[in-house]
Write a protein that binds this ligand. Structure first.
Ligand code: NAP
Length: 243
């Protein structure tokens, strides 16, 4: 199947490792030029090297996506380098574990900043450029906690549910402009983040990040143009609710 991504330009945040990197690699494998960001330079350079060696095009910007000025800067970097922007994959590092009654105000604010506001700011900065092209794909990487809160991860459960409400609204607002907005909700995948969490908070089947990246690439594709406002689980059937 031709995903229609050749010649497109994609911005993927928090993409030097794990699910963000896999998404950038999958988009690049489909012919999109990708701009990636993360804080650490070494892993960014390694990712650019891997994409380039595989025949793709990638540019890295070292940046902390929780800095309110960064989303605008990343969008400018993508448009400045490639002349357009078509695809946005909004990702950020996950918040620390914490039981509902043990997290303080500062921890809740930090989670909202990292796992809700980063996406809102990025989409706000990107949409004028997507509208200019009359086409756009926006995916926010969240968690299966959007569909089924995970015990012991109250910060993730809270921030991501808020993002889901915002994204669903944005999807309705943007569809007439040819722009889709979806959430991709991973269950456990074999990344550094999962290795860092204790086995008390995570257990179950482990997905392959490369497969997750291909799901993101499909949601960002031409044929997925009528798929919008969806929170797509990529969770190995570990979410047991019906909705
Ligand atoms: P990961 O392997 O730890 O990778 C995180 C990536 O994000 C790295 O490239 C990291 O690079 C970058 N990053 C972190 N904080 C950043 C910041 N403030 N600004 C810019 N870049 C930043 O994580 P992952 O497992 O891929 O998880 C990605 C997201 O999916 C997280 O929100 C996580 O909670 C969520 N999630 C993951 C799973 C899973 O099974 N893996 C399941 C559910 C949800 P630097 O550290 O160099 O910045």
């Amino acid at each position: 199947m031709d995903l229609g991504l050749a010649g497109r330009v994609a911005l993927v945040t928090a993409a030097s490792r794990g699910l963000g990197r896999a998404s950038a690699e999958a988009l690049a494998a489909e012919g999109a030029a990708v701009v990636i960001c993360a804080r650490g330079r070494e892993a960014l350079d390694d990712t650019v090297r891997a994409i380039t060696e595989a025949g793709g095009t990638a540019v890295a910007v070292a940046a902390d996506v929780t800095d309110p000025a960064v989303p605008e800067r990343l969008v400018r970097a993508a448009v400045g380098r490639f002349g357009r922007l078509d695809v946005v994959v909004a990702n950020a590092g996950g918040p620390p574990p914490g039981r509902a009654l043990e997290v303080d105000d500062d921890a809740v604010r930090a989670a909202l900043e990292a796992n809700l506001l980063t996406s809102v700011r990025l989409v706000r900065a990107a949409v004028p450029h997507l509208r200019a092209g009359g086409w756009g794909r926006i995916c926010c990487i969240t968690s299966r906690s959007v569909r089924q809160p995970i015990p012991g991860l109250s910060l993730s459960n809270t921030a991501r549910a808020g993002l889901w409400g915002w994204a669903k609204t944005a999807a309705a607002d943007l569809f007439a402009d040819g722009i889709t907005v979806n959430l991709v909700c991973p269950g456990l995948h074999a990344t550094d983040r999962v290795e860092a969490l204790s086995t008390d908070t995570v257990s179950g089947p482990l997905g392959d990040p490369a497969d997750f990246g291909r799901v993101v690439a499909f949601l960002c594709s031409e044929p997925a143009g009528f798929v919008s406002g969806v929170a797509l689980g990529v969770d190995g059937a570990t979410v047991t609710g019906l909705l």
